[in-house]
Design a protein around this ligand. Sequence first.
Ligand code: BG6
Length: 481
Amino acid sequence: MTKKLEFPENFLWGGATAANQVEGAYDVDGKTLSLMEMIPFKEIEDRKNTSGSKVTKQTLLDSIDNKAGLHFPKRHGIDFYHRYKEDIALFKEAGMKIFRMSIAWTRIFPNGNDKEPNKAGLEFYRNVFKECKKQGLEVMVTINHFDLPFWILEKQISWQSEELKNNYLRFAYLVIDEFHEYVKYWLPFNEINLGALIATSLLNENKNSMLENVLASYNDLHVQFVLQAKVIKYARKYKDIKVGCMVADVTSYSIDCNPENVMENLKMDQMKKFFYYDVMAKGEYPSYALRMFKEYGVKIDKTPEDDKILKENPIQFISFSYYMSGTTTKTGGELTEANGLKAGKNPFLEATEWGWQIDPIGLRYTLNQLWDRYHLPLFISENGIGVLEKLNENNTVDDDYRIDYLGRHFEQMSEAIKDGVNLFGYTMWTPIDVVSASTNEMSKRYGLIFVDYDDYHNGTGNRFKKKSYNWFKNFLETKEI
Ligand code: BG6
């Protein structure tokens, strides 16, 4: 039995990718290495326990002369750099209306302090945007998708250094000036709640536990909040563009109705979720965070000028990624993986092979929470399911589980819209298989389109439509699940 869902006519349906997971061509046309391209592939021993594997500053440094002969998947991606026309044509054929992608900083300012931007890098992105325009796709650009240039390691600097801040702004302002005609939606930082943490953990060798890393990352995060607000201010000169945030949203439920657990869950929601939106949408640090900072001895190095910038430049829309939900207890229950972090297990939910708990209703719950609290337009910038897949004898993948996953999430989005939520678009992760951000695997596949590369980049790189590709195309035409 099919069911017809209701969505506004101009709803932006599409797909999302990130430069370091798709482009490859890491040393072509003047590009230098980014930190993500310096993380070697490691066979996964236990897919349900991946967030423990540590990458240190030394791991990154060792990658330069690569004496151990290791493989670096993000240097190769899926060769989008050379095959983007074919890929964009496939997105268009599926009926997509928007494509979310990121720009590699290391293609535009390969050495950071370059006098002029790299022309070949600008030309590549201009060509991609022109192709999107030709195919009738709007574009959403993430200015920084977990991707730091190699030179920051060489210079031993962090987000708090004036040099990195100035270079980021130079890069962000330049790409907005260059591409505002093609790109309507801009996200200064991908998953801002994870990005600063990743940078702090990679660059700060003294911190060992997750808690220490989180506490140490608040100052890097503050820098990103302020930089993002500056980008919003700058972008106002172009009337047609909008700048929003991007947060990794993990919905959290109390494990039961014990008030101790319910209170713990509220605290979890505050610090792991609302804190980010509150600062970016309301322009000030919320009181619960100030209390937490006091108790844990966190001192945010912030100036009155920072406060003014944050207050005057709130985000214009909210975007977030949504893959799973988790549970909270005061005493600590059984944990499972949850997008770079861990979350409490929920006995009512199934999980993927990587332990990510599938919860479509949690998406409606989150959409309602965010709309009620902020009344800003909402956009789901990532959602999808990673699975181990192989091509069958018909050169396709019968991925009914993905069809089921997408259909059930779309149903809840439609319900949220009926609840009155202003949700204006959705870019699935991903329209095409890419290298996994967290595990570096090619075999953790999210795409509607299969890419013939294995974890070691063996294969033809050819693209094949999965069953879900045809389902998605049909859904966009009929809105039937
Ligand atoms: C998000 C990131 O965290 O989740 C993407 O923005 C990432 O870059 C996606 O690929 C899925 O995570 P993973 O680790 O399965 O690739």
